[in-house]
Design a protein around this ligand. Structure first.
Ligand SMILES: O=C(NC/C=C/[C@H]1O[C@@H](n2ccc(=O)cc2)[C@H](O)[C@@H]1O)c1cc([N+](=O)[O-])cc(O)c1O
Ligand SMILES: [Mg+2]
Length: 214
C-alpha cells in the first residue's frame, strides 16, 4: 500500500512540477501532502528555516541522514553552489527508488549521491568510499533514536570540523530528547532552537541548529 501511495506522489510531481525546476517539485510535494495525503517531509514551514540555514552556511560538503522521498534533498541541493556535493543516506529501498525519481525530475542528480544502507554502516566509510574529510552541514531527519548515536559516530570518525553545522528535524514532535540534551549541554556545541510546526499541521515542532566547536 505504501508503494501505491508513493506512486501517487510521483504522479503528482510529474503532473504539477516542471522537469528541471526544483522549486516546482517542492511545491508539488507540499501541495500533495497538504491536500491529498500527509507525509513526513520536513515541509514548507520548517523547509524555509532549512533554506535559510543552508544559505547562511553555503556548504560544499553536505550529509543528509534520511532521504525518504527526497523532498529535503531537493530543498538543500537547489541552494548549493556549483561543485558542492550532497550525500544522502536512505535505508528503505522503496523510498530510495521514489527519491531517485524525485531528484531526477528536479534535475539535481549531479549534485546528489543517494546511498542505500544504514547510517551507522556508511558514516565510518565516508573517507575511504567518498573521499570526504569533513562535512560542512549535516541534516538529521532519519530514525529519531539514531540522531545521538550517529552524531557521536560522526565525531569519532572525525567528520565534524570547527564550525560544522548540524540541523535536526523533529526535536519536539516526534521528539529526540536524548539528542537535544546532548547538544544543548555539551561544551562541544553551540545550539539553538527554531520553533515551528510539524509539517502540514498546527502541532508544535522545531529544528535544532548545533554548531560543532571542535
Ligand atoms: O519518524 C520520522 N522520520 C523517520 C524517518 C526515517 C527515514 O530515514 C531513513 N533512514 C535512513 C538511514 C538510516 O540509517 C535509517 C533510516 C528511513 O528509511 C526513512 O526514510 C518522522 C515522523 C514524523 N511524525 O510526525 O511522526 C515527522 C517527521 O518529520 C519525521 O521525520
Ligand atoms: Mg522529519
Amino acid at each position: 500500500l505504501a508503494l501505491l501511495w508513493h506512486d501517487r506522489l510521483l504522479k503528482a510531481v510529474r503532473k504539477r512540477a516542471t522537469r528541471g525546476d526544483p522549486q516546482s517539485v517542492i511545491s508539488a510535494i507540499d501541495h500533495f501532502c497538504r491536500h491529498n495525503e500527509w507525509a513526513m517531509n520536513v515541509g514548507d514551514e520548517k523547509g524555509s528555516i532549512l533554506d535559510s540555514v543552508v544559505s547562511e552556511v553555503n556548504p560544499e560538503k553536505v550529509l543528509e541522514l534520511g532521504t525518504y522521498c527526497g523532498y529535503s534533498t531537493v530543498r538543500i541541493a537547489r541552494l548549493l553552489p556549483p561543485g558542492a556535493r550532497l550525500i544522502t543516506l536512505e535505508f528503505n529501498v522503496d523510498y530510495a527508488a521514489i527519491a531517485r525519481q524525485v531528484i531526477a525530475w528536479a534535475g539535481l542528480e549531479d549534485k546528489i549521491q543517494l546511498v542505500e544502507g544504514a547510517s551507522e554502516d556508511w558514516i565510518p566509510r565516508m573517507k575511504e568510499h567518498f573521499g570526504i574529510e569533513t562535512f560542512d552541514f549535516v541534516f538529521l531527519d532519519h530514525w529519531k533514536d539514531r540522531y545521538l548515536p550517529d552524531t557521536k559516530l560522526m565525531e569519532d570518525c572525525g567528520l565534524l570540523r570547527k564550525g560544522t553545522v548540524l540541523l535536526a528535524d523533529n526535536v519536539i514532535c516526534p521528539g529526540v530528547p536524548d539528542y537535544l540534551e546532548y547538544v544543548r549541554n555539551s561544551l562541544s556545541y553551540k545550539s539553538c532552537y527554531f520553533k515551528s510546526h510539524l509539517e502540514y499541521t498546527k502541532a508544535e515542532d522545531g529544528l535544532e541548529k548545533s554548531v560543532f566547536l571542535g
